[in-house]
Design a protein around this ligand. Structure first.
Ligand code: ATP
Length: 467
């Protein structure tokens, strides 16, 4: 069996080699916890966002989209509890100064450290298991005790004195913008409860040890939905949302055996229930998306801190209450990594080894690649360009590939997940077999099978096979 780290290394290496993901600021030696999406990566990322938006806005009748500003009033992060409680327990290696997150180290030993634990409590647990925790860099076991490290990232926006007394934070999570605009949505769109709001936005966290590539980064893009329901009418809707989110990953082609639900053992005091959807990453099952039943905590907090009435009045019964919230939240980086790991395959085809990304056709960076059989035959190139230009006009994400022989082109397109390759050959010109004039070879990425298709049918074919 393949070693865990091998698969991860192969995926990371493919991401770099084929233009999916680069280390942030690489030419300066890199910036930990930040990644850049390259020409192939941005296509996959945009396709993921589009698929998510379709499922959470267009396919629903009572969900509204939102794009809120990143910076928010400093009080927002007080109301949300981030300034006081958004911290991870940090310890430092006395030998080499490497920092570790004590709760995650304990987690790896099967010891669950409750998020609400005080510093004293977490240190008691840390002391108990110290002997089993080694520094990931130097291997020593000589750590300082743990202290709470706040993850919020400060900015000096609007601070012209540079004193930094009342910092405007970068968002610790994107979803706060939804709570802040809940009233605006009520007033402008007049929705009846229950209704949802969907948003994709950036968040920043001073993660102590960013790791596992896109899994734990300092700059994060989150896709969130918040569903506002009548108090105590949460259970059924929560179950449906959980199932919908799980099924959505299946609809992206992720294998069912690589997904599972995990219930939170230690609920935060206001939550009614909380589950994670976990993906089987190369290092094992880990959190992909959180689905949380949050009661009225968020709106109540913002009502208290802002002094603005955030209650909802039922138009028919006149009842007034603070809605409860069911939240879904997923990091696009974690989604991207899960999709890449799931799609990555090495296999034999036609007697040779190939690496293929079996991406869902809707997610693949290129919908189709077009090639002339030979690049030094002007009639073939001219005809191929004609087909390429017309497909590109229709779909946009179409590749032109005339490098090397056709077999090599297929392998190159397999590696980036292009579902179909179109080849223009002498039969397309109809010189020897007039009945094949204006037909092309269409080759399928997964089976390697080839079919002969009239040029005029190509748009229709690729419309049906990729949406
Ligand atoms: P973890 O326990 O792994 O630190 P979390 O429970 O703090 O994650 P949430 O605050 O619930 O995560 O954030 C919602 C989602 O945002 C997560 O399910 C995950 O997909 C994503 N996310 C959170 N932190 C990061 C990060 N540092 N890098 C990438 N994605 C992240």
């Amino acid at each position: 069996m393949e070693k865990i780290s091998d698969k991860m290394e192969k995926v990371v290496s493919l991401c770099k080699r084929r233009g999916f993901v680069f280390q942030g600021s690489e030419i300066y030696g890199g910036l930990a916890g930040v990644f850049d999406f390259g020409p192939m990566g941005v296509e996959l990322l945009n396709n993921l966002k589009r698929a998510w938006w379709k499922a959470n806005v267009y396919d629903k009748e009572n969900y509204y989209g939102l794009d809120s500003g990143m910076f928010k009033h400093p009080k927002v992060w007080e109301a949300s509890g981030h300034t006081s409680g958004f911290s991870d327990p940090l310890a430092e290696c006395r030998e080499c100064n490497t920092r570790i997150r004590v709760d995650k180290e304990l987690d790896a030993l099967g010891v669950s450290a409750d998020e609400k634990m005080s510093e004293t409590e977490i240190n008691r647990l840390f002391d108990e298991y110290r002997e089993k925790i080694s520094c990931p860099k130097c291997g020593q076991k000589n750590f300082t005790s743990a202290h709470a490290f706040n993850l919020l990232v400060k900015s000096n926006l609007g601070d012209f004195t540079s004193e930094g007394n009342d910092p405007v934070y970068l968002p610790g999570e994107a979803c706060q913008g939804i709570y802040l605009n809940y009233k605006n949505i009520l007033n402008s769109m007049s929705p009846k409860l229950p209704f949802g709001t969907a948003q994709i936005g950036k968040a920043f966290r001073n993660e102590i040890s960013p790791r596992n590539f896109l899994f734990r980064t300092r700059e994060i893009e989150q896709a969130d939905t918040q569903y506002f329901v009548k108090p105590n009418e949460n259970k059924e809707a929560y179950e449906k949302i959980k199932q919908d989110r799980f099924n959505w990953y299946l609809s992206l082609g992720i294998k069912e055996e690589n997904l599972r639900f995990k219930q939170h053992e230690n609920l935060v005091f206001y939550a009614s229930d909380a589950w994670d959807i976990e993906y089987n990453y190369p290092w094992g099952f880990d959190e992909l998306e959180g689905v949380h039943d949050r009661t009225d905590y968020d709106l109540t907090q913002h009502m208290k801190f802002s002094g603005t009435d955030l209650s909802y009045t039922d138009g028919e019964t006149g009842e007034k209450y603070i809605p409860w919230i069911l939240e879904t939240s997923v990091g696009l980086g974690r989604m991207f990594l899960a999709v890449m790991c799931d799609a990555y395959h090495e296999e034999e085809m036609d007697g040779s080894k190939r690496t293929v990304l079996k991406l869902h056709p809707d997610l693949a960076p290129y919908r189709v690649a077009v090639s002339p059989l030979l690049r030094n035959k002007p009639q073939l190139v001219e005809k191929a360009r004609e087909v390429f230009v017309s497909l590109k006009k229709e779909f946009g994400n179409v590749a032109w590939d005339d490098n090397g022989n056709v077999g090599k082109r297929y392998r190159r397109q397999d590696e980036i997940g292009t579902p179909h390759c179109v080849v223009i050959d002498f039969d397309t010109l109809g010189e020897e077999k007039p009945e094949l004039k204006d037909t092309v070879t269409v080759r399928d990425r997964d089976t390697g099978e080839q079919e002969r298709v009239p040029v005029e049918k190509l748009v229709e074919l690729f419309e049906v096979r990729c949406r």
